[in-house]
Design a protein around this ligand. Structure first.
Ligand code: GRG
Length: 296
C-alpha cells in the first residue's frame, strides 16, 4: 500500500513536471502587446503547483484502455488543467468565494485585480478549447470540444456553481447537495475520464466504466474538500480554510464522521469499477486511497 502511494506520488510529480513547461509555452505563444501582465496573470495560478489530479485522470484512463498517442494525451491533459484552473480563479473572486489564497499564493484577483483575473480565467478557458478543437480536428469522432463544453456549462460546473451560490440554505437537502457537488466538481472529472478513454479508443462499455469511476471519485473529492475546509490548516492546504463556514455542506448537514463514511463508500464504488477492467492502471486505484488521505 505504501509503495503504491509512493508510486502515485512520483507519477503525479512527474506529470506536473511534464505539464508545467507545456502549459507555460502554450500561454507564452499567445501574442499580446502593451499589457504584459495579462499573460503573467494567465500563467500565475496555472503554474503555481496544484496536484494535477484531473490531467492524471485523463492520462491514466487513456493508458488503461489502449495505446493513445502521447501528444494527444498531453493536449487533453493541458486542456483539463486549464479548465480546472480557470474555475479556481473564478471561484476565488470576491463575488463568489471571496478567497485570498490559492495554491500557496495570493489569489489571481488579489495579485492582479478582479478585472484582469476575470480576463485571465476566460483566456485559460479559450486556450483549453483551442486545444480541444485541435484534438477534434485530428481525431475523427472524438467529440472532445462538445464533451468538455457540456462539463463546463449549465449542465456542469457553471450550473452547479450557480445552485451553490443562490439556493437558499433551507432548501438544501442531500439530494440538492449531491447535485451541486456532482455538477460543480464531478462533471469535470467525468469528462476527463471519458476523454482519456476515448483517446485510448475505448469501447462504449469501457467509456461508461471510466465515467462511473469518475462520477464516484469526483463526488468523493468534493466531500473530502468540505472535510478539509472544516478541519484542515491553511498553510498545509495552500488556500484559505473555513471558507464554508455557515454554508450547508455535507459536513454541516451530516457531521464529520458520516460525511467521511459516505466519501469512503463512494471510493469503494470507484475501486469496484476498476475491478471490471483488468488492464486498469494501478494508479487509478491509488488515486482513491490518495484522495481519502490527502491533506491539501
Ligand atoms: C470554468 C467558465 C467556468 C466556470 C466555472 C467557478 C465555477 C464555474 C465553478 C466552481 C468549480 C470549483 C472551483 C469547484 C471546486 C472543485 C475543487 C474541489 C477544487 C480543488 O481542486 P484541487 O484540490 O486543487 O485539485 P489543486 O490546486 O490541487 O488543483
Amino acid at each position: 500500500m505504501a509503495d503504491l502511494a509512493g508510486a502515485l506520488s512520483a507519477y503525479l510529480h512527474g506529470l506536473g513536471e511534464r505539464l508545467g513547461p507545456q502549459l507555460q509555452a502554450a500561454v507564452a505563444r499567445l501574442e499580446h502587446a502593451y499589457t504584459p501582465e495579462l499573460l503573467e496573470a494567465v500563467q500565475y495560478t496555472l503554474l503555481a503547483g496544484g496536484k494535477r489530479v484531473r490531467p492524471a485522470v485523463v492520462e491514466l484512463w487513456a493508458q488503461s484502455v489502449g495505446r493513445p498517442r502521447p501528444a494527444e494525451v498531453m493536449a487533453a491533459a493541458m486542456a483539463a488543467e486549464l479548465i480546472h484552473t480557470s474555475s479556481l480563479v473564478l471561484d476565488d473572486l470576491p463575488s463568489m468565494d471571496d478567497a485570498r489564497t490559492r495554491r500557496g499564493r495570493p489569489c489571481c484577483h488579489v495579485r492582479f485585480g478582479v478585472d484582469t483575473a476575470i480576463l485571465a480565467a476566460n483566456a485559460q478557458l479559450m486556450l483549453a478549447f483551442e486545444l480541444l478543437g485541435g484534438l477534434d480536428a485530428g481525431h475523427g469522432g472524438l467529440g472532445a470540444t462538445a464533451l468538455l463544453a457540456d462539463a463546463v456549462g449549465v449542465r456542469g460546473m457553471i450550473g452547479g456553481q450557480h445552485v451553490d451560490l443562490r439556493l437558499p440554505a433551507q432548501q438544501r437537502d442531500l439530494v440538492r447537495l449531491e447535485y451541486i457537488h456532482s455538477h460543480k466538481t464531478g462533471a469535470l472529472f467525468v469528462a476527463c475520464a471519458r476523454l482519456g478513454a476515448r483517446l485510448g479508443e475505448a469501447s462504449a462499455g469501457e467509456e461508461e466504466l471510466a465515467a462511473h469511476y469518475a462520477r464516484n471519485l469526483g463526488l468523493a473529492f468534493q466531500i473530502k474538500d468540505d472535510l478539509l475546509d472544516a478541519t484542515g490548516h491553511a498553510a498545509e492546504m495552500g488556500k484559505d480554510a473555513r471558507q464554508d463556514r455557515g454554508k450547508p455542506t455535507f459536513v454541516a448537514c451530516l457531521g464529520y464522521a458520516e460525511s467521511e463514511e459516505i466519501m469512503r463508500r463512494l471510493l469503494d464504488t470507484a475501486r469496484a469499477a476498476l475491478d471490471r477492467l483488468p488492464a486498469a492502471s494501478a494508479h487509478l486505484r491509488s488515486l482513491c486511497d490518495y484522495l481519502a488521505a490527502r491533506r491539501s
